[in-house]
Design a protein around this ligand. Structure first.
Ligand code: ZN
Length: 311
């Protein structure tokens, strides 16, 4: 069992160290901040720009739903002052490690952030909250507030960064709305049911999904419903994902007139920078446009013009 009194002693010790450090004119220790999935890491990276670089907890090559916890992740959690995660509905495998290892950290579950507009599903709220730019702006506010509490000396930088980040996201939304305007009525199907926020925000015409969750294969009834839907609504675009495009998705996509695209909710191969979040969303917008503007018999001769970095 965790000792309440020893926790208080450690806090007292840390507080004393901090006060002495300040009195002696020694610079306060840099914050150790951990973020789980890459889009959340991207938002923290934007708010902390110029002060510190956060640690990313989840290997960018893994799906958040099926992640494996590693020894290096344990070390990051043990050393953390602040941990940002989406919450147990998404990074389920992190629930126990966070409680056990991030004992001294302030743990912030973004699903509980004020100002989110959540989509309710049968089993609880949809955890893919970062795929709404409005939610991302609310997340920036929570990140800034948390960092200011943990490191008041850098309040002005965090406040300025948060303003810049939110403006960039506002521009991103304007740009994506324009960019996706012509294809928003074109029907498509996704690999797993993780894009409802994107669909809602930009009024897209998602007709269904292959898997309800990334790790569950669909049953025969769902497959035949899916095929009927594709025929009935003349669906020509199927969007897989880098980690989890299933055999069934490839099979359906190989049928005449069908096109297989890739949505990457996590921004797997994008570099770190304060614009990372915008680039993750732009990459998805380009993937949607490319898949949805396809017509049978048409060669891919008109390369889609990509939107540049927002803001
Ligand atoms: Zn998902």
């Amino acid at each position: 069992m965790r000792s309440f009194f020893s926790a208080r002693l450690v806090w007292a010790f840390l507080a004393a160290t901090f006060v002495f450090g300040t009195n002696l004119g020694v610079q306060a220790k840099e914050l150790n901040v951990v973020a789980t999935i890459r889009p959340l890491y991207a938002l923290v990276l934007a708010v902390s720009d110029g002060v510190f670089v956060p640690e990313q907890l989840i290997d960018a090559n893994l799906s958040a739903h099926t992640l494996q916890f590693r020894a290096s992740d344990a070390r990051k959690l043990e050393n953390a002052d602040v941990v940002f995660w989406i919450g147990p509905a998404l990074e389920t495998a992190l629930e126990v490690p966070i409680v056990n290892l991030a004992r001294w950290a302030q743990v912030v579950a973004m699903m509980d952030a004020p100002g989110l507009d959540l989509i309710e599903l049968a089993g609880g709220d949809d955890p893919h909250i970062w795929l709404s730019t409005a939610n991302a702006r609310a997340m920036v506010d929570t990140i800034a507030r948390t960092l200011i509490e943990a490191d008041p000396d850098n309040r002005e930088v965090y406040e300025k960064n948060a303003r810049v980040a939110k403006n960039r996201i506002k521009n991103l939304k304007r740009q994506m709305t324009k960019f996706l305007g012509d294809v928003k009525n074109t029907p498509f199907i996704v690999q797993h049911d993780g894009f409802a926020y994107l669909v809602r925000e930009f009024g897209l015409n998602q007709q269904g999904y292959i898997r309800e969750t990334v790790d569950r294969e669909p049953g025969a009834r769902h497959i035949s419903e899916l095929r009927a839907l594709i025929d009935h609504n003349d669906v020509r675009c199927l969007l897989g994902e880098p980690q989890v495009t299933s055999k069934l998705a490839r099979q359906l996509a190989s049928e005449p007139g069908m096109r297989l695209g890739t949505l990457d909710a996590l921004g797997l191969d994008l570099d770190d920078s304060p614009t990372l979040y915008a680039r993750i969303m732009q990459k998805n917008a380009r993937a949607l446009l490319k898949c949805l503007t396809y017509r049978a018999h048409e060669q891919d001769t008109n390369p889609v013009t990509a939107p540049g970095p927002a803001g």
